[in-house]
Design a protein around this ligand. Structure first.
Ligand code: IPM
Ligand code: MG
Length: 355
């Protein structure tokens, strides 16, 4: 199969880790007789430096024309003092909304090889963790009207959701749960927010089309507590944009593997944008120490969700697992004083294991 991939390395360690994911994709292409063509694009801080804006229309257009997008990370202290609309993060938000990627999948998995890195007690974690956070990505307070009044002394951000927006993300969550352990937990703040009351009603109505999936509801404050109290109770968590932002960081941290976790942003067709959950870590950029695994696993998600290449995705995930069980570690996941290898060597080791 021939596929065109928009590649957006971004800032900080973005280029370091994306290089390794492309290395792995090239190996997949070779081993399974595919052809991947890459269109390299700038977004984030590097785009501000080059074009004066975080995301140009042309970049968005070229990303739209590809079959999917692979992104590293954006942002860094260099651009931190810029006004809201000019910040590198605007590129991410512009790509998400411009590409219509309303469904963000953030798996939080505890790798048994890295069980020691999990900050929770082993009796709390039990047999391991495998939670899928399904975050609504193009609505809510992130995209509502925002501004200042009263000479800048009062600020507002409007949170709104339509039934249609809630319905489509809920359906995604139920579909995913059906292929997993059949449980959806919908997280809201329906005791306070009207958007949450509509959310709860709509999710309940959607659940009637999925009688084989069990639905429960939690308030977001309780959900954040339950995630550390008994994370194994969760299968799929579905929630609105900002709650999903916060809970997905919490879920990834309790696995102890934030450098390992990929994400996919999807819509109703096969197009997707794939990126690691972690940020641009400017302090270690260009030093060959970043962990490329989250980005490599994001590329695997691309193979699975956008290109329907399940065998190839399995091969990448197996190669990662095999590198880990052979004891290979990057600095962030090495045990205290233990040996580790660089970004590029980890990419080589994983690519080499793809057969
Ligand atoms: C994320 C990030 C972004 C978000 C920022 C960088 C805009 O935190 O992808 O979770 O809040 O969505
Ligand atoms: Mg976040």
């Amino acid at each position: 199969m021939k596929k065109r991939i928009a590649v957006i390395p971004g800032d900080g360690i973005g280029p370091d880790i994306v290089r390794e994911a492309v290395k792995v994709l090239d190996k997949v292409a070779k081993a399974y007789s595919h052809e991947f063509e890459y269109d390299y694009l700038l977004a984030g801080g590097c785009s501000i430096d080059e074009y004066g804006v975080p995301l140009t229309d042309e970049t968005l257009d070229r990303a739209k024309k590809a079959d999917s997008t692979l992104l590293g990370a954006v942002g860094g202290p260099k651009w931190d003092s810029l006004p809201g609309a000019m910040r590198p993060e605007k590129a991410l938000l512009g790509l998400r909304s411009g590409l219509g990627l309303f469904c963000n999948l953030r798996p939080a998995i505890l790798y048994k090889e890295l069980a020691d890195a999990c900050p929770l007690r082993s009796d709390i974690v039990g047999d391991g963790l495998d939670v899928m956070v399904v975050r609504e990505l193009t609505g809510g307070i992130y995209f509502g009207k925002k501004g200042r009044i009263d000479d800048g002394n009062e600020a507002y951000d409007v949170m709104s959701y339509s039934k249609g927006e809630i319905d489509r993300i809920a359906r995604k969550a139920f579909e995913i749960a059906r292929r997993r352990r059949g449980k959806v937990t919908s997280v809201d703040k329906a005791n306070v927010l009207e958007t949450s009351r509509l959310w709860r009603e709509t999710v309940k109505a959607v659940s009637e089309d999925y009688p084989d999936v069990e639905l429960s509801n939690l308030y977001v404050d309780n959900a954040s507590m339950q995630l550390v109290r008994n994370p194994a109770q969760f299968d799929v968590i579905v929630t609105e944009n900002m709650f999903g932002d916060i809970l997905s960081d919490e879920a990834s941290m309790i696995t102890g593997s934030i450098g390992m976790l990929p994400s996919a942003s999807l819509r109703t067709d096969s197009y997707g944008m794939y990126e690691p959950i972690h940020g641009s870590a400017p302090d270690i950029a260009g030093q060959d120490v970043a962990n490329p695994i989250a980005t490599i696993l994001s590329a695997a998600m691309m193979l699975r969700y956008s290109f329907s290449m399940a065998r190839e995705a399995d091969a990448v995930e197996k190669a990662v697992a095999s590198a880990l069980s052979d004891g290979l570690r990057t600095k962030d996941i090495a045990s205290e004083g233990g040996a580790w290898i660089g970004t590029s060597a980890m990419g080589d080791e994983i690519a080499r294991r793809i057969v």
